[in-house]
Design a protein around this ligand. Structure first.
Ligand SMILES: [Fe+2]
Ligand SMILES: [Fe+2]
Length: 308
């Protein structure tokens, strides 16, 4: 039995009201009460793709970088658009998405692209089966908890202090709380995707350090890593090219952190002809060149920032 997560910092609603104070233990009972309080609010629900400029922003991003090859025109105009279009959310959640669009565009587009890619990958892995596709459509917004993280930390372009890293890592628990509340459902797929997307198969992740074995969360984790590597970030000059990003992800699979089968489907998707994954041989040879100037994972102990 896992210990419940204890919040190190308060969780605020998207309109800035404190929902849970620091020190709260996220027990099943508490989450159930919170979800019931959210359900009573009866917020109107809107398809995510129809909110603001989400549909056009997603389409625009699909034409950039490695996504050019992944999303052929046929992919988004047809099945994938239908699948992505099934996701409906309470209005305040979509307004939360708008917060990122205005204040941290990277996180906004990252949330959209991780969702689109995970839908495509889920559909591919399920052979178009209905059940997993519907599940995929329920699982976006994995990083919404970042709304509780101060923008100077989210956008920092110098090494994070240990204390700042701890705050940043709370976004997964915060997302779990926020989505349980707004969706009015403690076991909502989106909520536990938010909670577990930084867990790893070998139990080296956070917040609980559990061994991740949920196929759907694992798909989102792999898409999350792919998008983070291939997109410019404040802490890194340049981004990984497609090949080097896939090499980095295959290294994680070799180390037992992420699932090989998911990775091989992603590699197959990145090939121009979307080859069948059983015919797709994933090379273990590493020939790519990661960006040289990256502060990812560089942490400075508090009080030692002067010498960093
Ligand atoms: Fe995250
Ligand atoms: Fe993410």
């Amino acid at each position: 039995m896992q210990e419940p997560i204890r919040l190190g910092h308060p969780v605020h609603t998207f309109d800035g009201r404190e929902l849970l104070p620091a020190g709260t233990e996220l027990t099943a009972g508490l989450l159930k009460d919170l979800a019931a309080a959210g359900a009573r609010r009866n917020w109107p629900e809107i398809p995510m793709l129809d909110f603001g400029t989400v549909r056009q922003d997603m389409k625009q991003q699909m034409a950039l970088g490695g996504y050019r090859h992944i999303f052929s025109a046929a992919d988004f105009g047809g099945d994938v658009e239908k699948l992505v279009g099934e996701a409906r959310f309470p209005l305040p959640v979509l307004e939360g998405l708008d917060y990122f669009k205005k204040n941290d565009f990277y996180t906004y587009r990252h949330i959209l692209m991780v969702y689109a890619l995970s839908c495509l990958l889920s559909r591919r892995m399920s052979g178009g089966g209905r059940r997993i596709c519907v599940e995929a459509a329920a699982g976006p917004l994995h990083d919404m908890g970042k709304a509780c993280i101060p923008l100077p930390i989210l956008k920092k372009d110098t090494p994070l202090l240990r204390s700042e890293k701890n705050i940043l890592e709370q976004h997964s628990a915060a997302g779990y709380v926020l989505l349980s509340y707004y969706l009015g459902e403690a076991e909502a797929l989106s909520a536990y995707v938010a909670r577990d997307h930084h867990e790893r198969r070998d139990a080296s992740g956070y917040p609980r350090g559990i061994s991740l074995s949920d196929r759907h969360v694992e798909i989102i984790s792999v898409c999350d890593i792919y998008d983070a590597l291939t997109t410019p970030r404040p802490y890194r000059r340049g981004s990984y090219d497609n090949r080097t990003a896939l090499e980095e992800i295959t290294r994680l699979a070799e180390e037992g952190k992420v699932d090989w089968e998911i990775v091989s489907h992603l590699v197959a998707l990145c090939r121009h002809d979307h080859s069948r994954s059983e015919k797709c041989v994933v090379s273990l040879e590493k020939r790519g060149t990661p960006p040289v100037e990256s502060l990812y994972g560089v942490i400075v102990e508090d009080g030692e920032e002067e010498s960093a």
